[in-house]
Design a binder for this molecule. Structure first.
Ligand code: HEC
Length: 107
């Protein structure tokens, strides 16, 4: 029984590790995004939003919506169609890890 419990725990840990996003891969993939979204996730292209510090849930949903055609944009629909779900998760891990500070305008 003890061995069975240890075996089960081992399997659960293995599954968790396999499903974990690969932030290093996210960093690599992001070079294809930086021309519009900026290397630091701060957009360099007026029509593109900032990705720095974006919630991974919102990030993933946006890319899945572009892929499914629920959300449409000629650039993002094309780009997202070439990304796997794993790559989307890796990219989400990368961009959501950015630390963002903001300064409110003084009024
Ligand atoms: C050619 C420029 C361009 C490139 C390259 C590009 N994007 Fe975008 N991205 C845009 C534009 C423009 C939008 C806004 C589209 C819209 O209005 O829905 C956008 C929107 C997004 C959004 C939705 C953000 C939000 O605030 O709703 C995400 C997430 C995103 N891009 C991720 C990526 C990722 C990841 C890559 C690289 C794999 C990438 N983009 C490459 C131009 C680009």
């Amino acid at each position: 029984m003890k061995h069975f419990v240890i075996l089960c725990l081992g399997l659960i840990i293995n599954i968790a590790v396999a499903a974990a996003a690969d932030i290093e891969n996210g960093k690599k993939l992001s070079s294809a995004c930086s021309v519009c979204h900026g290397k630091d996730g701060i957009s360099t292209y007026p029509e593109a939003p900032n990705l720095a510090g974006m919630s991974s849930i919102y990030f993933e949903k946006s890319l899945v919506d572009y892929r499914k055609g629920i959300r449409q944009d000629r650039r993002m629909s094309l780009i997202s169609s070439s990304l796997s779900m794993k790559e989307i998760k890796d990219l989400a891990a990368w961009y959501s890890a950015f630390e963002v500070t903001v300064t409110l305008p003084e009024l």
